[in-house]
Design a protein around this ligand. Structure first.
Ligand SMILES: NC(=O)c1ccc[n+]([C@@H]2O[C@H](COP(=O)([O-])OP(=O)(O)OC[C@H]3O[C@@H](n4cnc5c(N)ncnc54)[C@H](OP(=O)(O)O)[C@@H]3O)[C@@H](O)[C@H]2O)c1
Length: 309
């Protein structure tokens, strides 16, 4: 089968297309014929070696956590799916393997893909959908009567976070650059903030929840946007506990985890028409280098997807 592999840490040029043996599903695993795999910032952070203390890679390795495709084969004891089922999955960060024509996954993390999406669209959902879902509802426990500030609302995670929070009934404030202000309106935010023109902490002081997808200075300033007793959830770096104490809020770092049941719930919301995905760019698998460069620009609107078949 074809796969895009890396043999060392480095820039996009270390991504290379190779021919390799098709994997075989072990006990309680399924073999998925990949139709599409999406690119997430973690892919290029892993490639560049930025995450080697948390997720050290063993070379050669195949990157890619988000996959949509069909079940090709089931391993011993795997009973949830049968050949031909259309599925999507967020693979485990340490294993990956999605930039390939076939990938093996534990059956417990796989879910039926949303029936209203094609495979390119479905592949764009798992990591960002799960992250937004778990950060807002498992960690921050966002309620309908609350106000949430979502940074990078036009990015992969932000697009889902805005729509999930709106579907819950919350009041949603999103940040993006000037070019994305109308886009945020279309997504359904109650208030869009242009971070190039306005310091968000000058206009938001009473958020119950902040979802930090940026870190650094944006994270520090986010404390001022929270009301006392509020919660800051960062998906990029552990927030300062000194600042949390100073402002009387909770502040946590959160790393999402694969979950078949959460993916099923997300598929239900998508199929009900309440949540949509936004795919900005579709490229063939062979153009993974270009896809990484686009993602590394930090200004993708929605998702970049690699088509395997
Ligand atoms: N912990 C976890 O489990 C987890 C899971 C998923 C992602 N992440 C991390 O979360 C981050 C976001 O992921 P993603 O997939 O959403 O990334 P992404 O799609 O690449 O985000 C791109 C978006 O960021 C926006 N942006 C850039 N600078 C901004 C700023 N200063 N203020 C507001 N918006 C800004 C851009 O909007 P403009 O073009 O308008 O600037 C663009 O739409 C990444 O660092 C990723 O690694 C963590």
């Amino acid at each position: 089968m074809r796969a895009i592999r890396i043999h060392q840490y480095g820039g996009p040029e270390v991504l290379a297309q190779v021919e390799m043996q098709r994997p075989t599903p072990g006990p309680n695993e399924v073999l998925i014929k990949v139709k599409a795999a999406s690119v997430n910032p973690i892919d290029w952070k892993l490639r560049a070696g930025h995450m080697k203390d948390v997720f050290p890679l063993t070379f050669p390795t195949t990157l890619g956590l988000d996959v949509s495709g069909t079940i090709e084969e089931v391993g011993p004891g795997a009973a949830r799916f049968k050949r031909g089922d259309e599925v999507y999955v967020s693979l485990e960060a340490g294993s990956g393997g999605g930039y390939a024509e076939y990938v093996v996954a534990k059956e417990t993390i796989v879910a039926e893909k949303p029936s209203t999406l094609d495979h390119v669209q479905a592949a764009s959902v798992p990591v960002v959908g799960l992250t937004a879902w778990q950060a807002l509802f498992e960690v921050a426990q966002l309620r309908a009567d609350q106000k949430v500030l979502i940074h990078a609302a036009a990015g992969g995670v932000g697009i889902f976070a805005v729509q999930f929070a709106k579907a819950k009934g919350a009041y949603v404030i999103g940040t993006a650059s000037s070019r994305n202000q109308a886009f945020l309106g279309d997504l359904g935010v109650d208030k869009a903030i242009d971070y190039q023109k306005t310091r968000f902490e000058d206009v938001v002081h009473d958020a119950d929840v902040v979802l930090d997808t940026i870190g650094g200075d944006t994270q520090e300033r986010s404390f001022k946007a929270l009301k006392k007793g509020g919660v800051l959830v960062s998906i990029v770096q552990p927030p300062s506990q000194e600042l949390a104490a100073k402002y009387g809020v909770r502040a946590l770092f959160y790393g999402s985890h694969p979950s078949s049941s959460d993916l099923t719930e997300i598929a239900r919301l998508i199929d009900s028409g309440n949540v949509k995905t936004v795919v900005e760019t579709v490229l063939p698998l062979a153009e993974a280098r270009r896809a990484h460069k686009l993602s590394e620009s930090g200004h993708a609107r929605g998702k970049i997807v690699l088509k395997a078949a």
